[in-house]
Design a protein around this ligand. Structure first.
Ligand code: HEM
Length: 508
């Protein structure tokens, strides 16, 4: 055999060996489920609700285990201690995000959510924190309260559209805070445009939205005509990438599009509230306890306000339990290690993707707000919970959600107002006369675990309350809301003119 042929065969063998090694675990990392060449564990991870599989593996492999996603290493941390040690205490080295080729193409790396741990991120984060610091967000309470008052009113007027009312509420709060201009209706043009961008963007950055080139770099060389993602010409973000030169969008505009606070904050808040309505409708016993507390503390002669929060421990426990039961970002958004680290002797290699799996509680299948009245973190009394934090649902370390104070105020205001005013039950099918069954865990795919639309019977709890709901929106909240109403579309103005006059036909 000629030396050239021998060299060729050796090169081919080395190349094959290297390719077959893709997907194997490196030495020193924690154990995990068995891998196969090239894919590693990718074939075992469901694209919907991966956290459930991750929790099963945590039971088998413990508080730290590893997975291979193609050539990439994933480390899953599944105890409060491991999460604190690695992602909180060592956050200087664990606050990067995994690279996302398509996200970077669209945003030039300027979207705060998936931005790499860099000077760009520090600039974005500083700006976000200025707007959303706990001391600053206090001044947004009046607009959040007034918006929650409109949410009550919208539910009274058209309870069957509660899903859209909740979207409008959360969008309008963010638009008011970021642009000083609110959205009085779901059809308000600015709100509609943002919602459209938001939903396309969520699809785009959801796990199945883009080709997994970051996990399997070989995919970058697939010709466009064979690439299912490239051939979807109708896809909004694909068009943005394609038409980028003609848009002549500045970096600033692109980052507004991609990483705006609207995208990060409106969908999450709305999804949480949709989930809360679903949990109320499926748990009449919980509702009854919340009614009793609100009626006792607030009474029938006024609508609750932010100042009532302190006096409503059951409501606060209910909101914590709803976060736990229907956790929005179950694995949080992935972090990435920027140097080799160790936890309990296991290597966490530089470049590894880090997931904190916070889906670990006692009797997790039970929706039981009382657990948060027994202990601050909902754990069994006597259990060591020093490493748990009540803000864990908002993420970890330096990337912790900067909008958590705004989100907490929005959710408690909306919840206390709608639970004070309404009773939520499964809808009745007019054909059969039977309740349409609801699944409290019903969920749809996306970056955050979404709630599929569902029908719900929403009834005002008394004529006196209906009267108060009308008055607080039409009279009390009007000055606060109108300060954010300028350059409105004619249809919005007409609608506001019509509803701010007491309509006789609004019945409880
Ligand atoms: C119920 C509502 C919300 C939940 C459950 C939630 C949860 C989260 C989580 C889990 C993260 C990832 C944290 C990490 O990487 O460790 C995050 C990031 C983020 N959230 Fe929220 N969020 C909510 C509302 C909001 C709101 C209202 C805003 C802004 C107005 C907001 C802005 C952001 C931003 C900008 C980031 C990216 C931070 C960074 O990477 O540095 N979020 N959120």
């Amino acid at each position: 055999m000629s030396p050239v042929v021998v060299a060729f065969v050796v090169c081919m063998l080395v190349a094959c060996y290297r390719i077959m090694r893709i997907g194997s675990r490196e030495r020193g990392v924690a154990h995990g489920p068995g891998t196969i060449p090239i894919l590693g564990n990718l074939h075992q991870v469901p694209t919907t609700f991966p956290h459930l599989r991750f929790t099963e593996w945590a039971r088998e492999y413990g508080e730290i285990y590893s997975l291979k996603f193609g050539s990439g290493t994933v480390i899953v941390l599944s105890s409060a201690r491991a999460i604190k040690e690695v992602l909180d205490i060592q956050s200087m080295d664990t606050s990067d995000r995994p690279p996302n080729l398509y996200f970077d193409m669209v945003t030039d790396g300027w979207g705060i959510f998936l931005c790499r741990y860099s000077n760009k991120w520090r600039q974005l984060r500083k700006a976000a924190q200025t707007l959303l610091a706990s001391s600053t967000v206090k001044k947004y309470i009046p607009i959040q309260e007034a918006e929650a008052t409109q949410l009550q009113f919208d539910m009274l007027l058209a309870p069957e559209n509660f899903f859209d009312h909740v979207y409008r509420f959360s969008a309008s709060v963010i638009l008011s805070v970021t642009y000083g201009k609110r959205a009085p209706r779901s059809e308000t043009p600015t709100a509609k445009a943002f919602a459209e961008i938001n939903s396309r963007w969520s699809e785009f950055i959801a796990p199945r939205g883009t080709p997994p080139t970051d996990l399997q770099p070989l995919l970058r060389w697939i010709p466009d005509r064979l690439d299912p993602w490239a051939s979807e010409s109708g896809f909004f973000m694909a068009n943005v990438i394609r038409d980028r030169p003609s848009h002549e969008l500045t970096e600033e505009q692109m980052s507004m599009l991609a990483g705006s606070l609207y995208e990060a904050g409106s969908h999450t808040t709305a999804t949480y509230l949709h989930g809360l309505v679903l949990l109320l409708a499926t748990h009449p016993d919980v509702q009854a306890k919340a009614f009793a507390e609100l009626d006792d503390v607030v009474g029938e002669t006024r609508s609750p306000t932010y100042e009532d929060t302190e006096g409503l421990p059951y409501l606060r426990a209910l909101l914590q339990e709803a976060h736990r039961f229907r956790v929005l970002e179950p694995l949080s958004i992935p972090h990435r290690a920027t140097r080799d680290l160790h936890y309990k002797g296991h290597l966490i290699p530089e470049g590894a993707t880090l997931f904190g799996n916070i889906h670990l509680f006692d009797a997790p299948e039970e929706f039981n707000p009382d657990r948060y009245l027994l202990t601050p973190h909902g754990t069994r009394p006597g259990v060591e919970d020093g490493d748990l934090r009540s803000t864990l649902v908002f993420g970890i370390g330096r990337r912790i959600c900067p909008g958590m104070h705004l989100a907490s105020a929005s959710t408690i205001l909306a919840a206390m107002k709608f639970i004070w005013a309404f009773q939520f039950s499964p809808a009745v099918d007019p054909a059969t006369g039977k309740e349409v069954p609801l699944d409290p865990r019903a969920a749809c795919d996306g970056l955050a675990v979404g709630v599929p639309r569902f029908a719900c019977d929403i009834r005002c709890r008394s004529p006196a309350k209906a009267q108060i709901v009308r008055r607080t929106f039409q009279v009390d909240a009007a000055p606060t809301l109108s300060a954010f109403e300028y350059n409105l579309a004619k249809a919005d103005k007409d609608w506001l003119d019509s509803v701010r006059v007491l309509p006789e036909e609004v019945m409880c």
